[in-house]
Design a protein around this ligand. Structure first.
Ligand code: UD1
Ligand code: CA
Length: 498
């Protein structure tokens, strides 16, 4: 298609769209079209039981905020524009933390309970047919379970579907009261604090995930009252309200009861974190990675590792770190948001942050790569070497006691022990350039901005302040003076008493 005809086509499309939008919609009964489904995620609570100044849903498990896990599962099931996160406590922080996902937000300025959270979302949600409600503090929920809840709700069409689970220890959760033991229908949900002793024995709990018929939800939600232990509007009371109105309320069980675990306390948070990390290790092992003592390793959910890489005990791999295949990551190393090539060896106790390491490089022990370090193919970085915003070319080596900051270092360069780039003049950072094949003698200070040309040599102990042309030798140090017989010449009075 030519550019002109493409323009014309777009123009006609826009006109037709305008006309179609203004045409009265054909009356379709709700049964002959796919229902419009929205997902609402309740995330406005403070999380009092965590005893934290930070909003509960931003506490992290598996290296990501609780809410980020729930959003990831939700947008796997419906498009992000049909997901609404209900925010309240520290709303702006929460919104910013997950804005990348493209979901919508609803503000619940005052947090007056889970029922109230849905009341304030009425305007955003009323145009949908069905609403799936998720809890922002239950991060183990999977897209499969959300889909199961949605499909069950769509096929059965009750007013409300409750996702439930059988827990060994149901303490703290709302209990599900079925119409009768074998009935799929629910009479009520009773919160722990309001439950009678016999009800507390019920092990079937309300997971905090629901399906609703949107029309019925908003027709009945105003009947909720806050006459209870917390003075809150409980969404769970809708079960009994629908029951009285002869509307059906059904239960569907989660396949894995652990998926619904909520994180109300620090202990629950840590338990969920461990489950996520063990699951991550198992998945990596299934994909061909060896992880010795996985219980001691901290590997975030989004980390990727290639086959035949070995991870030793007490390693932390964080953020969006990607590690190639055939690498060995030795103990006590922490790697955050890095890209590591294939065949790389990272020896014990290294700290790598926002950096890149190319194939077959060797790092450590005790190396520190600060943000913006790029270590070339086959390069070596040894003990007590720190780099920052520095590129070390292919096959170059800096093996001992060195600081390389704002440096551009070429290929096959040898950086001697104790070399320091003086990159900061108190106000600005300056660059040190070392070209291919140069040899920097031990204990050299390079006062930036400065350049060392190709194949040049710097004498040990030099302070280099001026450019060194290619293939030269530069020595910048005081000449050695030797005073022979100096001890004797000092005189008897000066001699050490024995
Ligand atoms: C809730 C259920 C309980 C269920 C449990 C499952 C109610 C009344 N109880 O209890 O039956 O077993 O979940 O985990 O719903 N939130 C808001 N606005 C508010 C209050 C809460 O958005 O005004 C959010 C919270 O941030 C949280 C979610 O709703 O993400 C659930 O609230 P939470 O206080 O944790 O409820 P639970 O006590 O766990
Ligand atoms: Ca909860």
């Amino acid at each position: 298609m030519t550019e002109k005809s493409a323009d014309a086509r777009a123009y006609i499309d826009s006109l037709t769209r305008g006309i179609l939008d203004r045409m009265p919609k054909a009356k379709s009964s709700s049964s002959d079209r796919v229902p419009r489904v929205a997902i609402a995620i309740m995330a406005a609570g403070k999380g009092t039981r965590l005893k934290s100044k930070h909003p509960k849903v931003l506490h992290e498990v598996g290296g990501k905020p609780l809410l980020a896990h729930v959003i990831a599962a939700a947008i796997d099931v419906v498009p992000a524009q049909d997901v609404y996160v209900i925010v309240g406590y520290e709303a702006e922080r929460v919104r910013q933390a997950v804005a990348y996902s493209g979901v919508g937000f609803v503000l619940q300025a005052e947090q007056r309970g889970t029922g109230h959270a849905l009341m304030v979302a009425r305007e955003a949600l009323a145009a949908y047919d069905q609403i799936i409600v998720l809890s922002g503090d239950a991060p183990l929920i999977t897209p499969q379970t959300i889909t199961k809840l949605r499909d069950f709700h769509s096929s059965q069409r009750p007013a409300m579907t409750i996702l439930t689970a059988q827990l060994q220890d149901p303490t703290g959760y709302g209990r599900v009261i079925r119409k009768s033991q074998s009935s799929p229908e629910v009479k009520a949900i009773v919160e722990e604090k309001s439950a009678r002793p016999a009800q507390r024995k019920i092990r079937e709990i309300n997971a905090g995930f629901y399906g609703f018929d949107a029309k019925l939800l908003f027709a009945y939600i105003d009947q909720l009252s806050n006459d209870n232990h917390h003075g809150e509007f409980y969404l769970t009371d809708l079960a009994a309200i629908f029951g009285k109105a002869k509307k059906r309320v059904m239960a569907v069980a989660a396949d894995d009861p652990h998926e619904i675990l909520g994180s109300n306390t620090r202990a629950e948070l840590v338990d969920i974190d461990q489950r996520l990390r063990m699951a991550k290790c198992r998945q990596l092992m299934a994909d061909g990675v060896t992880i010795f003592f996985p219980q001691t390793c901290v590997i975030d959910c989004e980390v990727e590792i290639g086959a035949d890489t070995v991870v030793e005990p007490f390693v932390q791999l964080l953020g969006k770190t990607r590690i190639g295949s055939d690498c060995r990551i030795r103990s006590y190393t922490v790697i955050n948001n890095c890209v590591i090539g294939d065949g790389v060896r990272i020896l014990p106790a290294c700290v790598l942050d926002e950096s890149q390491v190319m194939n077959n490089a060797v790092i450590g022990p005790f190396s520190r790569l600060r943000p913006g370090s790029e270590i070339g193919e086959g390069a070596h970085l040894g003990n007590f070497v720190e780099t920052k915003k520095t590129r070390l070319g292919k096959g170059s080596k800096a093996n001992h006691l060195t600081y390389l900051g704002n440096a551009e270092i070429g290929e096959r360069v040898n950086v001697g022990a104790g070399t320091i780039t003086c990159n900061y003049d108190g106000e600005h950072k300056h660059t040190t350039v070392i070209e291919d094949g140069a040899f920097i003698g031990s204990d050299t200070t390079l006062v930036a901005p400065v350049k060392v040309g190709k194949h040049s040599y710097i004498g040990a102990g030099s302070c280099i302040t001026d450019e060194v042309p290619p293939e030269s030798l530069a020595i910048g140090r005081a000449r050695q003076i030797v005073k022979e017989g100096w001890i004797k010449a000092r005189g008897a009075g000066q001699q050490k008493k024995e």
